[in-house]
Design a protein around this ligand. Structure first.
Ligand SMILES: [Ca+2]
Ligand SMILES: [Ca+2]
Length: 198
């Protein structure tokens, strides 16, 4: 376990500070009941105490999550993540185990608000990917802020598999470790509150 281990309080504080859905525009936050929820795209920096940054476009989010390595991601997140070429580029960011921590440039997962990789996106940025062992490589003890209880699908990268948990601190039911999943299932839909990656 070399990963930053965010406490619930840390992530909660970061999320509340960096998920100001109504601060950047007059539009209502997603899930406020309006069918016209604005699509926002956020990045969780796992190497920076779970700092969260949000953008108007997926392109900007991927630019941040890759430290500028991929500056030309499509604006349409779903179109991007179902594109083999785009996924190859993201997977290529994964660095060998042992690379100095703190060089955050690898994407390990992109979570989505809706099934089939639609709606708002949440990109998880780490400093390295996963491997073939069962060791937990990264974890987020809390998915707080607007993103709590929202995830319905996800795509994994960098050889990672993720386990989505119902409650914070990996409590309650969970999906078990999975690769890319177009629908998280009725039992866990809109319930993810913590995640582990192996
Ligand atoms: Ca959802
Ligand atoms: Ca939950």
């Amino acid at each position: 376990m070399r990963a930053f281990l965010p406490t619930a309080a840390t992530i909660a504080a970061a999320a509340s500070a960096f998920l100001p859905w109504t601060a950047a525009s007059a539009a209502p936050p997603p899930g406020s009941g309006a069918a016209s929820s604005p699509v926002r795209h956020c990045v969780v920096h796992l190497t920076e105490s779970g700092r969260v940054s949000c953008y108007a476009t997926f392109t900007e989010a991927i630019n941040d999550a890759t430290n500028g390595t991929i500056a030309d991601a499509p604006e349409n997140a779903r179109s991007a993540v179902v594109d083999k070429g785009f996924n190859v580029r993201l997977n290529a960011l994964a660095t060998p185990k042992g690379r100095a921590a703190g060089i955050a440039s690898t994407v390990i997962e992109i979570s989505f608000e809706h099934k089939d990789f639609q709606g708002t996106s949440l990109t998880w940025e780490a400093s390295s990917g996963c491997n073939d062992s069962n060791d937990v490589e990264w974890q987020a003890a809390s998915v707080s802020g607007w993103w709590n209880d929202q995830i319905s699908s996800f795509r994994t990268y960098a050889k990672c598999q993720s386990d989505h948990w119902e409650d914070i601190n990996f409590q309650g039911i969970s999906t078990g470790y999975r690769n890319t999943t177009s629908y998280i299932g009725n039992a866990m839909n809109d319930r993810t509150s913590s995640i582990k990656w192996i």
